[in-house]
Design a protein around this ligand. Sequence first.
Ligand code: NDP
Ligand code: GDR
Length: 326
Amino acid sequence: MKRALITGVTGQDGAYLSELLLEKGYEVHGMLRRSSSADVVDGRLRWLGIEKRINYIDGNLTDLSGLIRTMREVKPDEVYNLAAQSFVKSSWQQPLLTGNVTGLGAANVLEAVRLECPEARFYQASSSEMYGLIQEPIQSEATPFYPRSPYAAAKLYAHWMTVNYRESFGLHASSGILFNHESPLRGIEFVTRKVTDGVARIKLGLEKELRLGNIDAKRDWGHSKDYVRAMWLMLQQDVADDYVIATGRTTTVRDMCKLAFEYVGLNPDDHIVICPTLFRPAEVDLLLGDATKARRKFGWEAEISLEAMIHEMVDVDLERVRRALK
Ligand code: NDP
Ligand code: GDR
C-alpha cells in the first residue's frame, strides 16, 4: 500500500485529492493546522464522506522541525504540498505571512523531504498567477513569469525551489502550474463560489445584489476533480518535471456570472453591482493555458466543462442555502 502525505488536506484540492488517492488504495496522511474551531475536518472531507479514512498529523508549514518529524514518522512515498495562504487579494494585506507560508513553507517541506525521505516523490502546487502581467497570449511551460501580487511572488519562489531541489539534490520533485480550478468545495471568497452562492441567495429571495470587482478579468477555469488527477499523474512519471494544467479556454468573470444567473432564470444585469473596493492593487487580466505537454506525456485532459461545473456549483449552493433556512 502506498503512503501519501498531503499538506492542505482540508482545502478544496486536499479534499478531492484525498478522495482520489483513497480510491486508488493509498494510505492517506493529512497535515492539519491547529484551529480553535473543531469543524475544519467536518467541512469538505466530511462532505465527501472520507473524514474518518484519513490519518491526521498536527503541523504547520512554517514549523520545520514538525515537518521533519512528520516525514520521519509517516515515511511517505508521495508528498503533495497543497497548503498555502491561497487567496490572492489577502496577500496584499498579509504579504509577509503569505511569503512565510506560501513561499518559505514550501521550502520547509522540500527540506524535510530531502533530510528524511529523499526517495519520496514531491508535488508542488504552483500557479498560473506566476504569469501575472501577461507576456504571451497563451501560457505554456516556456512562457516567462511576471508575478503581480505577494501571493504570486511567493509561489514563484516555491516553484523555483522545487526546480532547484530537483536539479541540485536529485529529488523527484514536480511542479504543477495549475490554472484556476473550482468546485462546490471552493472557498466562498473566490469569485466562482461567491457568484454561485450569491445566485442561490438571490434566487431564494434572501438577497437582491451581488457585489463584485473587476468582471472584465479573464480566467481559464477547470474543475478541481480533473486537476487533482493531473497532480497524481505527474508523480507517476519516471522523471520529475513541470507541467501546465489548464482547459485551453478563457472566459471573463462577466460571462461566468451570466452562466450562473441564467441557469436559474435570472438576468445578471439586474443584480450585479460593481464595487471599487473589490478591485485589486494590480490585476492579472488574462489567463489561458496550453496543457499540450501534460496531454502528450501522460494523456491528461480536462473532462468537466465550465458550464457543467457552474451548474453543479449553483445546484449545491441552492441546496446548502435551502438547508440553512430550515
Ligand atoms: P485552499 O485555500 O482551499 O486550501 C489551502 C489549505 O492550506 C487549507 O487546507 C489550509 O488549512 C492550509 N493552510 C494554510 N496555511 C497553512 C499553514 N500555515 N500550515 C499548514 N496548512 C496551511 O486552496 P486550494 O485547495 O484551492 O489550492 C491548493 C493549493 O493549490 C494552494 O497551494 C493554492 O495556492 C494552489 N493553487 C490553487 C489553484 C486553484 O485554482 N484552486 C490554482 C493554482 C494553485 P485550513 O483549512 O486550516 O485553512
Ligand atoms: P484568483 O481567483 O485571484 O485568480 O486566484 P479569484 O477567484 O479570487 O479571482 C478571479 C478573478 O475574479 C476577479 N474578481 C473577483 N474576485 C474575487 N475573489 N471576489 C470578487 O468579488 C471579484 N470580482 C472580480 C478578480 O479580480 C480576479 O481577476 C485563484 C486562487 O485559487 C489562487 O490560489 C490560484 O493560484 C489562482 O486562482 C490560479
